[in-house]
Design a protein around this ligand. Structure first.
Ligand SMILES: Cc1cc2nc3c(=O)[nH]c(=O)nc-3n(C[C@H](O)[C@H](O)[C@H](O)COP(=O)(O)O)c2cc1C
Length: 488
């Protein structure tokens, strides 16, 4: 217990535990079972109940001793905690639980369900999308409705399921057009061989295929069928056509295709992957095909406690502090533009050094938060999107801390043009971005070479320094600070 010190512990969200009579079984991560009988079972259950809230080992000891009406020996408690932590049933509690914003938050996702057996997994997938903050609508083919009742999706989404091309009101767009326009991402899960064929040949006789053909959003198709169908030349041809047309086609998984008789089932390549895997693929597709919209950033700021957003720390990174100090020393009162200010860390640090600061962000919630901090009255806070900026002016220093790396490569040009337009002659541009090794933060990292040649347009790269940005855990992600100077 002494080893655990004051660290607080908490029951894991999900654990593998069973009770029977006065016996408790915990399954470890390795699958091995730890069985507790009688009093030990009581201790395990009491510990798990008490640790629903984060507590220290000392608090747990006091609680268990009070329940047992006798001190619980320290050696016993230490052993108990070791087993609970070893099996993953209890985990260390972190005050600032990292929550990297999922690109699904605030996005409008159309889930199109077709008549493959794997349609029974579609409700779980919809539930996961909703839990990640996506807004979900469901369209179903008639065959899909033989497997899963629309009511199931309606209960989850609190919205009517779309079932037909012909269901719309006369004064509204046809359902497939309305849905195709509404969606920011379309997922066909699962996709039957029949629906794949319809999409491949542009056959819009059925709602799901019509939505896919009519949308401009990225389309992810997750085929699901037994291996004989999955390897049929016609199906392979159709899947190839989908890829050629720019659809994202999910690889099948090795599963027990339930279209087979139970006695004949064997692992085969053909079924769609489990919902969790599909969610991760969707997040990737959103990351690479379109960066978070202003609306989804607003949702991130509204829906996440500010202390859980790693970049909101009040202390500014040392390398940026050095840039601000040098600017304040060499050009007192210089005009500073902070792009994507968030909670205003850079802007407020610049204002406290007497610099004249304009700070922009797409999120009004972030700006509202920033504008309540000390020195906030010295900053001009503006809602603006770096991709379609309305800003005018000439700034001696343009700073971007962690906004540029949120733009997908196709959108970097807009940033570049903005900076060209707004930097005064001899002005400095400072951009801090994730380094190329940081691939797990939902950003588009840069290499040193990317940065050296990035700005062009009469700017010279003065340096690319290595540093870190605040991260979702103790390990701060590697970052580069690039400095470019505009010619006089
Ligand atoms: C019990 C049963 C299971 C089926 N499983 C699949 C399947 O996993 N994949 C598939 O492509 N078709 C499967 N089918 C065939 C489709 O339901 C059928 O081709 C249907 O026309 C698909 O129509 P849809 O694409 O409009 O939903 C299955 C049919 C039945 C009766």
């Amino acid at each position: 217990m002494a080893g655990l010190g004051a660290q607080r512990l908490v029951r894991a969200d999900s654990l593998r535990a069973l009770d029977r009579g006065r016996q408790t079984t915990l399954l470890g991560r390795d699958g091995a079972a730890r069985v507790f009988d009688e009093d030990s079972s009581g201790l395990v259950r009491a510990a798990l109940a008490f640790l629903r809230e984060p507590r220290s080992a000392q608090e747990l000891s006091a609680q268990l001793s009070s329940l047992a009406e006798a001190p619980v020996p320290e050696a016993l408690l230490t052993e108990l905690l070791a087993v609970l932590m070893d099996t993953g049933a209890v985990v260390p509690w972190r005050a600032q639980e990292p929550r990297t914003p999922t690109p699904l938050a605030g996005r409008r996702v159309l889930v199109a369900v077709t008549g493959a057996v794997a349609s029974v997994d579609a409700p779980a997938l919809v539930r996961m999308l909703l839990a990640r903050g996506a807004s979900v609508r469901v369209a179903m083919t008639p065959s899909a409705r033989r497997f899963v009742r629309p009511r199931c999706f309606e209960a989850l989404t609190h919205a009517a399921v779309y079932k037909s091309l012909w269901g719309g009101a006369p004064d509204a767009p046809a359902p497939h057009i309305a849905l195709a326009r509404w969606a920011e991402l379309v997922l066909v899960y699962p996709a039957t061989a029949t629906t794949v064929a319809r999409i491949a040949r542009g056959d819009c006789d059925e709602l799901v295929a019509a939505c896919v053909c009519a949308t401009r959003a990225p389309v992810v198709v997750a085929p699901s069928m037994n291996d004989a169908m999955a390897t049929a030349p016609a199906v392979l041809r159709n899947l190839e056509a989908l890829r050629e047309d720019g659809r994202w086609v999910v690889h099948p998984t090795l599963g027990h295709e339930v279209a087979e008789h139970p006695s004949e089932r064997r692992g085969m390549l053909g079924p769609a992957p489990a919902p969790q895997v599909v969610i991760e693929l969707l997040e990737h597709v959103l990351r690479v095909s379109s960066p978070p919209s202003p609306r989804s950033w607003e949702d991130v700021w509204r829906g996440t406690p500010v202390e859980a957003l790693p970049w909101t720390v009040a202390t500014l990174d040392e390398d940026l502090v050095a840039v601000l100090d040098a600017t304040a020393r060499e050009r007192p009162g210089a005009r500073v533009l902070d792009l994507g200010t968030g909670a205003g860390t850079v802007a407020l640090a610049a204002a406290s050094r007497g610099l004249s600061v304009v700070a922009t962000d797409v999120s009004s919630t972030a700006l509202d938060l920033a504008s309540r901090a000390p020195f906030a009255e010295r900053v001009t806070w503006l809602q603006d999107d770096v991709r379609q900026s309305q800003l005018r002016g000439a700034f001696d220093l343009v700073v971007d801390r962690g906004c540029l790396h949120l733009l997908c490569p196709a959108e970097r040009d807009a940033w570049r043009r903005l900076v060209w337009r707004l930097t005064a002659p001899a002005g400095l541009v400072a951009a801090k971005v994730h380094a190329e090794t940081e691939t797990t933060h939902g950003t588009f990292p840069f290499s040193r070479q990317d940065l050296e040649g990035f700005l062009g347009g009469g700017f010279v790269c003065e340096s690319v320094g290595e540093g870190t940005l605040p991260g979702p855990d103790e390990r701060a992600p590697r970052a580069y600070l690039a400095l470019w100077r505009r010619a006089r």
